[in-house]
Design a protein around this ligand. Structure first.
Ligand SMILES: Cc1cc2nc3c(=O)[nH]c(=O)nc-3n(C[C@H](O)[C@H](O)[C@H](O)COP(=O)(O)O)c2cc1C
Length: 170
């Protein structure tokens, strides 16, 4: 899909709405060149340290976690509602067991500003460099969220990705 660079605020409402309903696709690539993709439903976009930041949350149990740790960069790919089958698959299958790109016939292209790939069929993508991470600290979190979202522990690591490029289909 041919895309052009746009402001990080372009169609932001669409990104937030897709996060809420069905999820969007987070991809990361190791220095070895191997990539993985998973669905995320939690995240936010805003300004921190005077920079546009995409905040994403990845549980340590995810295969993607190792990729995030090794690479220091990620892309966020916003699919169309028609690609719900992809977010469903990538949100329930692990890259430990299956090459999700191959299984879905998901074509990718090299990202332009970070090491990584973007998903061709997604009309809106963000390329992000990790500038900070921290972990959810259970005693600092409202008890109802701890019991509701973390019955098994596996507390998220929160990655703050500076948005170096946002690209939208023409
Ligand atoms: C709609 C939806 C949203 C999700 N959001 C997140 C998320 O924000 N963070 C997370 O760690 N897992 C999230 N998941 C779960 C992962 O996508 C899922 O565990 C996936 O299989 C992990 O793949 P991996 O093991 O290849 O990394 C979500 C799943 C779905 C279906």
């Amino acid at each position: 899909m041919e895309r052009q660079e746009v402001a990080y605020t372009y169609e932001l409402e669409r990104t937030l709405s897709m996060l809420r309903s069905g999820g969007i696709l987070l991809a990361a690539t190791k220095p070895s060149g191997a990539s993985n993709v998973m669905t995320i439903g939690w995240g936010t976009v805003g300004i921190i340290w005077g920079r546009p930041i995409f905040v994403v949350m990845v549980r340590p149990s995810r295969h993607t976690y190792g990729f995030m740790e090794e690479t220091g960069a990620f892309t966020v790919n916003v699919p169309t509602p028609e690609l719900r089958a992809w977010t469903s698959f990538c949100g329930t299958k692990s890259g430990r067991d299956v090459d999700k790109f191959a299984a879905l016939g998901m074509a990718t292209s090299p990202a332009q500003k970070v090491r990584g790939v973007t998903i061709d069929a997604c009309p809106l993508v963000y390329e992000c460099k990790v500038v900070h991470h921290n972990d959810v600290i259970p005693p600092h979190l409202a008890p109802e969220i701890v019991s509701g979202s973390y019955p098994q522990g596996d507390f998220h690591r929160i990655y703050f990705g500076e948005i170096l490029g946002t690209y939208a289909s023409k």
